[in-house]
Design a protein around this ligand. Structure first.
Ligand code: FE2
Length: 295
């Protein structure tokens, strides 16, 4: 395994399909930055739709937080049952000591998930474009399924850090097939908590399976305890409209947002439906919501 000194980046290919050189870069690094994949107007439209959904949400009814550092969601059904719903998760520091939101509602949310792409027409249209379908096809998926969507708010001042992890830890298939699609809806910079990757480290084994269902509880299973070379992590600053694709085994993280600007992003996770999706994965959907690809 070779850790690389740069994250490959290029202009989004017309039509979405990666050419051989782009594919080779992606396979070597496990991550590829595609600039201007989405027109900025489409990013604005998705942000506006997200804020409409936020408007209809009352944070006092669910004071749930989502944190990868504190693992507070371990016994939280609101989280575990969100695979086929649209639900809202607050930042750790959303409320002050008096139980009041510290700042405007949309600036207290960590994320929204995990099925906007199937339940909301605006998210559906953003998630299922000919360009994305062509990109996914060029990556070798034969029967792609969009298993989850997340809207990441990374709000100003209280946007929490996300510690280093692999997404196949949460979205596990046999064999592993998960690929992450991360869309910058606003400019992501070092100041507002951009993503970081360790290019090349996707060739390391999967470290954990997280929140595996086990007799009514959810457990963290350690598969391999080889440490990641986190000192080789590189930032992926990204202008609005950029798409970053990364292998499910790519270790990645993002810092806290202590700046005055939000860092909204949208993610999709795609699996190949030819692979086995275990019934004990935390993320499940009901029989009335079969997994869909890009049609
Ligand atoms: Fe992730």
């Amino acid at each position: 395994m070779e850790i690389l000194d740069a994250i490959p980046a290029c202009k989004a290919p017309p039509g979405g399909r990666l050419d051989d050189a782009m594919l080779a870069n992606y396979r070597a690094a496990g991550v590829l930055i595609l600039e201007d994949f989405v027109p900025v107007e489409k990013c604005v439209q998705l942000r506006e739709r997200a804020l409409e959904l936020v408007d209809a949400f009352d944070p006092q009814t669910v004071r749930h937080v989502f944190s990868t550092t504190r693992q507070t969601q371990l016994d939280d059904r609101y989280f575990y049952e969100s695979g086929d719903k649209i639900r809202f998760f607050l930042e750790d520091d959303a409320f002050d000591a008096n139980g009041k939101l510290r700042q405007a509602k949309e600036h207290c949310l960590n994320k929204m998930g995990h099925a906007m792409h199937d339940l909301d027409p605006v998210f559906d249209a953003f998630s299922r474009t000919p360009e994305l379908a062509a990109l996914v096809d060029s990556l070798g998926f034969e029967e792609p399924g969009i298993i989850q969507s997340m809207y990441i708010f990374k709000p100003p001042r209280i946007g929490g850090e996300v510690i280093c992890h692999q997404d196949s830890t949460f979205i596990y298939t046999e064999p592993q097939s998960c690929v992450g699609f991360w869309f910058a809806l606003e400019d992501a910079t070092l100041e507002n908590g951009c993503m970081h990757f360790i290019p090349g480290a996707h060739k390391m084994p999967l470290k954990q399976r997280n929140y595996r269902r086990d007799d009514g509880t959810f457990i963290i299973e350690t598969i391999d305890d080889t440490p990641w070379p986190e000192d080789r992590k590189l930032p992926a600053e990204a202008k609005a409209g950029t798409l970053v694709i990364f292998d499910g085994r790519m270790p990645h993280l993002s810092g806290a947002n202590l700046s005055d600007r939000s860092r909204h992003a949208y993610t999709l996770h795609v699996i190949d439906q030819r692979c086995h999706y275990p019934a004990n994965n935390w993320l499940q959907r009901g029989p009335d919501m079969p997994l869909r690809g890009f049609d």
